[in-house]
Design a protein around this ligand. Structure first.
Ligand SMILES: Nc1ncnc2c1ncn2[C@@H]1O[C@H](COP(=O)(O)OP(=O)(O)OP(=O)(O)O)[C@@H](O)[C@H]1O
Ligand SMILES: [Mg+2]
Length: 224
């Protein structure tokens, strides 16, 4: 499903000397795998996740996502690919302040590039929130939800377009242990459905739930 061949990422920012955030990453991830990416701060985890999520292109090397050559795709092709195939979950939830849980989850279906679906977005949003245990929080705003609840809204939102790949950057980083376990249980369920889950984490217990751990050190990869 995912193949990185000798992928590098170099950042050049404001006259500073270029940073080689990723050096010759070679990585193959099969459909339905859960992979944990670990490494010290600055080791390249987010850079790698951004490339995997087609938010950024490699500086050199090849990235094949479901057979699509990402390095050579246009911005429009990449945003379509993201909208249709990839769900994102972030450490700080990234919910919008002024809309309800239901509206947050509906939103991805309204983006350009989302696939037409026989069931109306409102209805699917309701079903997804029910699935993550929030049937009684549909009309709540983020400020009225606990951290764990907000992250479950984000999981439901990530599922709206029925993605084959879920990417999560420290999804449990802002949660207490119990809420973190709930979110991990949801991610494990998604994997059991055959979705691929790739997550960045600093937490041993979280990483152990993955089949495979990828350790980054100064932009280089070690498989643990
Ligand atoms: N847009 C950018 N422009 C310039 N340098 C960048 C940019 N993004 C990342 N870097 C640099 O690339 C390196 C890797 O950064 P990255 O964000 O991938 O690390 P990380 O492993 O996610 O760290 P953390 O655990 O702190 O989130 C760092 O040295 C960082 O300063
Ligand atoms: Mg990071």
């Amino acid at each position: 499903m995912i193949e990185l061949e000798q992928v590098t990422k170099t950042f050049v920012a404001g006259g500073a000397k270029p940073v080689r955030a990723l050096q010759a990453i070679v990585l193959r991830i099969e459909r339905g795998e859960m992979v944990a990416i670990r490494g010290a701060s600055g080791s390249g985890k987010s850079s790698l996740l951004n490339i995997l999520g087609c938010l950024d292109r490699p500086t050199s090397g090849r990235y094949l996502f479901e057979g699509h050559d990402v390095a050579g795709a246009s911005d429009r092709q990449l945003s379509r690919l993201r909208a249709r195939r990839i769900g994102f979950i972030f450490q700080s939830f990234h919910l919008l302040d002024r809309i309800t849980a239901l509206e947050q989850v509906e939103l991805p279906a309204l983006y350009q590039g989302a696939r037409a679906h026989p069931v109306a977005p409102r209805e699917r949003a309701r079903a997804l929130l029910t699935r993550v245990g929030l049937a009684d929080r549909l009309r709540h705003y983020p400020s009225q939800l606990s951290g764990g609840e907000q992250q479950r809204v984000a999981v439901a939102r990530a599922l709206m377009n029925d993605p084959s790949l879920i990417l999560a950057d420290e999804p449990t980083g802002n949660l207490d242990a119990a809420a973190g376990r709930e979110v991990m249980a949801l991610l494990a369920e998604l994997r059991e459905e055959g979705r691929t889950v790739i997550l960045v984490t600093h937490d041993d217990a979280v990483a152990r739930r993955a089949q495979r751990q990828v350790l980054l050190r100064d932009g280089n990869m070690e498989t643990a």
